[in-house]
Design a protein around this ligand. Structure first.
Ligand code: GLP
Length: 243
């Protein structure tokens, strides 16, 4: 595992953007795994800037979402498919149909989870962006979920719902359930790039990178992967012994 500590959140986003840009340049048909959350906003802003100012092209790139809330209207701006459209996809030259995600409105969610699992595996994600929850979740794999999990419907923890309430209007709670890629699904990607910024992420980062691999801290599963880059700003790195 490589750990990169950048001087600021913006420079951490640039490091991740470099990895994405290099990946796109090196792949004949790039398949990029997208994450959501506030941490990723600076990455998507930087990628859009590079598209506009430096000609970074997303033509031919296919993207797969990690997760999606259940119970939101299809037009809801908090739906992750709409988030990535607003932050990235709608501003670059990605083809219509190049954004793939689980369908939270499917009549049979178990069938939909199986379909999406197969779709992600068949597409073979080359580079997977990851954030990390303050409780150590990746995608929506909450503490206690098995490390060999695949795409499924999950209940969100109170901690995650509280943390993500800031994206919703006052008084509106985030949904209690979501569809998420499993930890094993995520682990099938070729390169995991985890970005974390801020002091509030430091305890989870330290456990994910240097603690035991345990379902109590789902992000610790990245230690099992042969090709991982963890990119941090200084405050997120303070719990690490290595840096
Ligand atoms: C959500 C997403 C996760 C993401 C996390 C971190 O819960 N499902 O994929 O890692 O948010 O979010 P933030 O970057 O806002 O702290």
């Amino acid at each position: 595992m490589r750990v990169v500590v950048a001087g600021s959140a913006d420079s951490a986003a640039c490091v991740v953007s470099d990895l994405v840009e290099d990946f796109i340049a090196a792949s004949p048909s790039p398949v990029l795994g997208l994450a959501t959350g506030e941490t990723m906003e600076a990455v998507y802003a930087e990628l859009v800037r590079r598209h506009r100012e430096q000609g970074l092209s997303f033509a031919g790139v296919h993207t797969y979402l990690l997760d999606e809330y259940l119970g939101l209207d299809g037009e809801d701006p908090r739906a992750y498919r709409n988030v990535v459209r607003r932050l990235l996809v709608g501003h670059v030259d990605m083809e219509p149909g190049a954004v793939h995600g689980p369908n939270p409105h499917a009549a049979d969610l178990a069938v939909e989870c199986g379909r999406y699992e197969q779709a992600v595996r068949a597409a073979s994600v080359g580079l997977q962006l990851l954030g990390i929850g303050a409780n150590g979740h990746i995608a929506f794999n909450e503490p206690g979920e098995p490390l060999d999990s695949t795409t499924r419907v999950v209940a969100l923890s109170e901690r995650t719902r509280t943390d993500n309430a800031r994206f919703f209007p006052d008084g509106q709670s985030p949904p209690g359930r979501a569809i998420t890629q499993g930890i094993a699904t995520i682990g099938a990607a070729g390169h995991l790039v985890l970005l974390a910024c801020g002091r509030h992420k430091a305890p989870a980062v330290a456990r994910a990178v240097e603690g035991p691999v345990t379902s109590d801290l789902p992000a610790s599963a990245i230690q099992l992967h042969p090709n991982v880059t963890v990119v941090l700003d200084s405050p997120a790195s303070v719990g690490l012994a290595c840096c």
